[in-house]
Structure formats: C-alpha cells, structure tokens
Design a protein around this ligand. Structure first.
Ligand code: GLC
Length: 546
C-alpha cells in the first residue's frame, strides 16, 4: 500500500537572530543621484559627490544606499531611459568613480544597491536602433513590435503611464512598438530568451564589480499579454486623474509569466551569495505578496508602497499594516516605503509635524524601511514654476500637478550658496528654506527631525526587537496607532498620535508600565509610564515595557 506523504510540520519557532541578513536588519536610503551632491560644479549630482557624503550617511545610521540610474542616457526620463547598461554617463562620473564609490561604501560597512531597468531601454540604445532598422535584423524580436490594427491605428488601447498612447509607429518596419512610458523608452521583449540573457549579463556586470543588490524598475510591467488584448475601461476613472488610469492595465501588466522572469533574476543573484532583489511594485498588496515567488524564490523585497498611497489616518494605516502582515507568506520579509522620487514627499503629504510621527512609524515597523534622501530633514516639495518644469510626466500631462520635479530638488547640506549642493547653477531650483533646513544646522540641534532620524536609526540598530522582532498590534481608537515589537524578553510599545490634539490613551486589557526610550521631539526620554499614556499633539513615543 502506498503511504501518504507526511505533511510538513507547522512550526511557530522563530529563526535565531544570526539567521537574519543585512537587508533584513538594515535600513536602505534612496539617493536620487542628480540631486544629492555635485562634486564638479556642473549643477548635477554625481558619484564622487555621493562618495563625499558617505560619512554623513554612516553617521545618520543607514546600512545601504540605493542609487537611481547613472548610466549613459539621453535623459528624457532622467536616466530611466538607458542607452548603455554597463557604463557611467559622463555627467555622473567614470567607471573608476563608480569602483571607488563601491570600495568606499564597503569600507564604511554599508551596502550599495543599483537601479536596473529591464522593462525598457532608450530609443537610442544600439539594441533598439538595430531592432527598428528592418523586419529581418537579428534583434527584430527584441522589442514589442506589432502590425497596426485594421484601421491602420495602434494595435490596441494600451496607454503610456506618462501620458498618451503606448504605441509609436516606425516607418522602416511598417509597425508599431509598445512603450509603457515615453516614446523614447521602447519596451523590451523579455519573453525572448536572447533579451533575457542580455539583461542577465547586465546584472552580472555590476555584481562582478561588487554591488550588493538591485532595485528592479517597474517589475510588474516586465511581461505583457501574449494575445495583445485591449485593457478594459476603469469604472472608477474620473477627470483629473492621469490619462493612464482610463483603463485597468490587466493585460499590459502583472502577467503570471512575470514571476518566471523575477525567479530567473533571483537565481542569478543567489549565485553571488547574500545579495538583495527589490522590486518596484504599484499593485494592491494581495498581488504584491505574490512577487516573493513560490517558496520565496522571487524578489526578496517586493516594494510595499501602501503607505505611499493611502490617507494619513491612524485607523486606515492600522488596517493596512495588519492586512499586509496577515498576507505575508511564511518566511517572507516585509518592507516599507513612505516616499520616493516619483511621489510627493512625506512632509508635503502629511505636514511637517506629522513627518516626525511618520519617521517613527517607518523606522519601528517590522521589515526593511527605505528612507528617501532629504526626508530626514523634513524637506517638502519645492514649487517649480511652470516654465522651469523638467520632468516629462509634468510636461506631458500639464495642469494635473503630476510633475515629479518638486520631490527631486537638490539636497540641502548647509547654508552656503545653493545649500552646498553645487558651486555651479543647480539643474533644478532649490528650496528657499535651505538656510534653516540643512544637514549642518540640524545635526547641531537635538530637537531637529534629523536628530530624530539619527536616534531612531541608533535605537533600531541596538534593539533586536526593532530590527528583527515580532509585530503585535495594540487595539486603539481615533487618531492613535499603537503596537508592540518584541524579541526575547524585550517588549517595545510604540504609540503614535496622528492628530494635533492632546490625547490620553489607555490600552484595553493591559496596563503598560515602562520607560520612554524615544520621543518625536527628544523631550520625554526616561519618563516613567504607568497605565495611561498622555500624548501631546503630533507626538510619538517608543516605550520600553517592564
Ligand atoms: C519607475 C521610475 C520612474 C520612471 C519609470 C519609467 O517608475 O521610478 O522614475 O519614470 O519607472 O522608467
């Protein structure tokens, strides 16, 4: 008689601390390379500029830096239109500068993560120039070519995320190609094994130079429907929304085969040891978690962007955190992103005071946080006059407030001219508030938001409860968000006030007793808590429970 296989035992044991790796315990910092630090006076940030500021990043306490694209590019989408995947654009430096940056980063015990863009190239990439030249060249199937529809128009209704149709006509081939973003960003055909190999070579090139991982641009876009079907209309579309939202991109994104591509990337990374694979992911959380892949063999960190997108409301956020925690596959590691180069800054979305509460939340949740450069100074979006708009999304969809320039303005280092970012003319205007809001000034002020980030990062590194511990929600009402992070004997309770009113919080079924370890304005450290927790407006505390 055949024996039924024994089911895998269900275990509640937690892995020991040493089983967690750098990208689980650490904190990532996103650097928008153009805007971080200019070392040669051309007004554009560069790799040597980043190297100059590594000591600052080490001091602040981040563990890894993610660099936005610095590869040769016509810069139509500021580097996300790559014309050579394995070189450095002269405006950002040289490959020697890159090697030096890797060395210097590693010397400071930090990691370096690159942005890789496998979904599309620049239309000036030699692969595309060859592919568009005829219907019978060796790279003819490297991009998404299609005959016109019977009326001679585009093959289907797929749109460009950055505005307008997603198809462009090429006379030489008598065909259209698909571009999910700009016309100048043709989409690659990742179903073609030759293309896949070429992209894997790109990963290898940078891994061989010592990088520690990749953030894969628009991961959920990489494969499209093989039948090229029309996307259905989005019933929730309203005027004022980006034109792309007219249709639900169910055929042009998030196809099952995408997971095979991700798994292949992962397999390659695994050959190099302890590397990280991060995915950019604007999808509902139910779909995001699928990108961990079968048996967690997909992305290590499929980007969790929920808190980039929802209202700043304690109840809604509490629900989202629990929903995400509940959906995570076993042994999948969570991650949190509150802002990036594509979305308005935290301090603009929630206000300057709540930006501190957001910092405590981001850095005390379970999972790897990503900090966007400048958020540690409480920077807000900088208004850019209409005639200075540079971002293609702003230029292609004017009047909708969609330009991404305001969240990409130069970093503010000190109160010297141009905030110490450049000795030249900055490529994008700076905030007028830089004399007040800059690194040098805030480093000296124990009540600054930068000091708060510094303390949070220090505490997070010191306390296993924060960097690897369990997450338990604490029931609360109204504007209070509360939870406990625990590891071994240590239990840290985090209580956040999302309102600008004083509140008193008495948790149900527990009488918290303990000492405040950290507070949003660096005021109540050491204070003893006994049962009730009084919170000032916009205040957050981390309490070590007895
Ligand atoms: C990603 C990038 C964004 C870029 C787009 C196209 O969303 O973050 O900046 O415009 O991909 O590459």
């Amino acid at each position: 008689m055949q024996q039924t296989p024994k089911p895998t035992p269900i275990t509640t044991e937690r892995p020991a601390a040493e089983q967690f790796t750098w990208w689980q315990k650490g904190v990532i910092y996103e650097i928008y390379v153009r805007s971080f630090k200019d070392s040669n006076g051309d007004g554009i940030g560069d790799l040597s500029g980043i190297a100059e500021k590594l000591d600052y990043l080490r001091w602040m306490g981040v563990d890894a830096i993610w660099l936005t694209p610095f590869y040769p590019s016509p810069m139509k989408d500021f580097g996300y239109d790559i014309s050579d995947y394995t070189a450095v654009d002269a405006m950002f430096g040289t490959i020697d500068d890159f090697d030096a940056l890797v060395r210097e980063t590693h010397q400071r015990n930090m990691k370096i993560i690159l942005d890789v863009v496998p979904n599309h190239t620049s239309d000036q990439h030699p692969w595309f120039l060859e592919s568009k030249s005829s219907r019978d060249n060796p790279k003819r199937d490297w991009y998404l070519w299609h005959d016109p529809s019977p009326d001679g128009g585009p093959p289907n209704n797929w749109l460009s995320v950055l505005g307008g149709t997603g198809w462009e006509w090429v006379e030489e081939r008598g065909q259209y190609y698909h571009h999910a973003f700009l016309i100048e960003q043709p989409d690659l055909n990742l179903r073609n094994p030759e293309v896949m190999d070429a992209i894997l070579e790109v990963f290898r090139f940078w891994l061989d130079r010592g990088v520690d991982g990749f953030r894969v641009d628009v991961m959920w876009h990489m494969i499209k429907d093989a039948q090229w079907r029309d996307n259905p209309p989005n019933p929730d579309f309203k005027t004022g929304m980006p034109t792309y939202d007219q249709f639900s991109p169910v055929y042009s994104t998030d196809q099952p085969k995408t997971h095979e591509v991700v798994a292949r990337f992962r397999q390659l990374l695994d050959e190099y040891g302890d590397k990280v694979l991060i995915g950019e992911m604007y999808l509902p959380v139910e779909k995001v978690v699928r990108y961990y892949g079968a048996g967690n063999q997909g992305a290590h960190l499929p980007g969790n962007f929920q808190l980039l997108l929802i209202d700043w409301n304690a109840r809604k956020i509490a629900l989202e955190i629990d929903k995400y925690e509940g959906l995570l596959p076993e042994n999948a590691w969570p991650n949190w992103v509150f802002s990036n180069h594509d979305r308005p800054r935290v301090a603009t979305r929630y206000g300057k005071e709540q930006a501190r509460v957001a910092a405590v939340l981001l850095l005390t949740l379970r999972g790897t946080p990503t900090i966007y450069y400048g958020d540690e100074l409480g920077l807000q979006n900088v208004p850019i006059p209409e005639d200075e708009v540079k971002d293609p999304q702003g230029l292609l969809m004017p009047g909708l407030g969609l330009s991404r320039d305001p969240q990409r303005t130069p970093m503010q280092w000190n109160d010297a001219e141009n905030a110490g970012f450049t000795t030249g003319e900055p490529w994008l205007r700076l905030s007028e508030k830089y004399a007040e809001e800059n690194v040098e000034k805030q480093q000296q002020d124990p009540a600054s938001i930068l000091s708060l980030y510094h303390q949070l990062l220090e505490l997070r590194r010191k306390e296993p409860a924060l960097h690897i511990g369990a997450y338990t929600p604490v029931p609360a009402h109204g504007p209070v968000l509360a939870y406990i992070r625990s590891s071994g004997e240590t239990r840290l309770m985090i209580v956040l006030n999302f309102s600008n009113e004083t509140i008193e919080f008495t948790p149900e079924r527990m009488e918290p007793k303990g000492t405040i370890l950290l507070q949003t304005r660096n005021e109540r450290k050491g204070e003893w808590i006994n049962g009730n927790i009084q919170l000032q407006s916009n205040e957050g505390v981390v309490i070590k429970l007895d």
